[in-house]
Ligand binder design. Structure first.
Ligand code: C2E
Ligand code: CA
Ligand code: CA
Ligand code: CA
Length: 277
């Protein structure tokens, strides 16, 4: 029923077409994946452009599917986001990311972790308590966690989103605006938000060297970010030329295949320790 759908509960609809049925199969398999612990996270480094120092890592979810292999988020997150199952997904990713942050700390590695939030989660009043409980459960300081959310998450019910973000930020958690530049009115809106960081979307970063319009957008995003006292991150940095251009424009941090692909925790640990002087 409409009511059940609104509450995020998936109901079997005998009139469902093949597409819907495929989605129901995926969601029931996903429920099993949650129960069996088949979700894993890979970690991708964020690197200070001026020094090469690792400023943190982003946790990116993957599903170790029993028959289909390792699935990327594009294959299941959009369907899961339309249901209440996105909350257990967020909680699981937080749990895995914070457990890893704790393990790194025990090895003497200080690695702040970033976790992606879906647009819906930002409107849930229980989110701050869930996040704080996860931090306490793992004994990880709030300053070691960054939450990434897209601008579109803030367009619906902005008052509620602001309230949730304000509470998270007051606890010491960093807030990052992901895919910056892809939403509309980003420039004007960002000014009033409790955030610490913007991440310029990789669609603008990729052609930075060849495309004057993209370069102009990246330049103004960096200027705006700095004027507001924010850290500016560029995502999708794939080559040296792009990294050099970004550094020349004053961008603080880069993330992308040039520095490192998303890796399982043990491989990232080797990568981190291997590059220590
Ligand atoms: P995102 O947050 O914008 O994450 C960056 C995506 O770009 C990742 O894809 C990453 O692997 C990819 N990437 C990183 N560097 C490069 C590069 O240099 N070149 C190119 N072409 N791509 C690069 P991934 O892991 O497939 O994730 C896709 C999206 O899925 C993420 O986009 C994010 O929106 C979503 N996602 C991932 N994990 C989670 C999660 O735990 N929860 C939620 N709600 N969404 C997630
Ligand atoms: Ca992200
Ligand atoms: Ca992004
Ligand atoms: Ca993106």
């Amino acid at each position: 029923t409409a009511k059940e759908r609104q509450s995020g509960v998936e109901v079997y609809d005998p009139a469902a077409d093949g597409h819907d049925r495929g989605r129901l199969v995926l969601l029931s398999e996903f429920r099993r994946a949650l129960a069996q612990g088949d979700l894993v996270v890979h970690f991708q480094p964020k690197v200070a452009l001026a020094t090469g120092a690792v400023t943190g890592v982003e946790a990116l979810v993957r599903w170790a599917h029993p028959t289909r292999g390792l699935l990327g988020p594009g294959e299941f997150v959009p369907a899961v986001e339309r249901t209440g199952l996105i909350e257990p997904l967020t909680d699981r990713v937080l749990d895995l990311a914070l457990a890893q942050a704790r393990a790194w700390a025990a090895q003497g590695l200080e690695v702040p972790v970033a976790v992606n939030l879906s647009a819906r989660s930002v409107h849930r009043g229980d989110l701050p308590d869930r996040v704080l409980a996860a931090l306490a459960g793992h004994g990880v300081p709030a300053g070691m966690l960054c939450l990434e959310l897209t601008e579109t998450a803030l367009l619906t019910e902005p008052e509620r989103a602001r309230d949730v973000l304000t509470r998270l930020r007051a606890a010491g958690i960093r807030i990052s605006i992901d895919d910056f530049g892809t939403g509309y009115s980003s420039m004007g809106r960002i000014r009033h938000l409790p955030v610490d960081e913007i991440k310029i979307d990789r669609s603008y970063v990729a052609a930075l060297a060849e495309c004057a319009e993209d370069a102009a957008l990246v330049r103004s995003a960096i200027d705006l970010g700095h004027r507001l006292g924010l850290t500016v991150v560029a995502e999708g940095v794939e080559d040296d030329g792009t990294a050099a251009s970004l550094q020349a424009l004053g961008c603080d941090v880069g993330q992308g295949y040039l520095f490192g692909r998303p890796l399982p925790a043990d491989e990232l640990t080797r990568w981190l320790t291997g590059r220590r002087p």
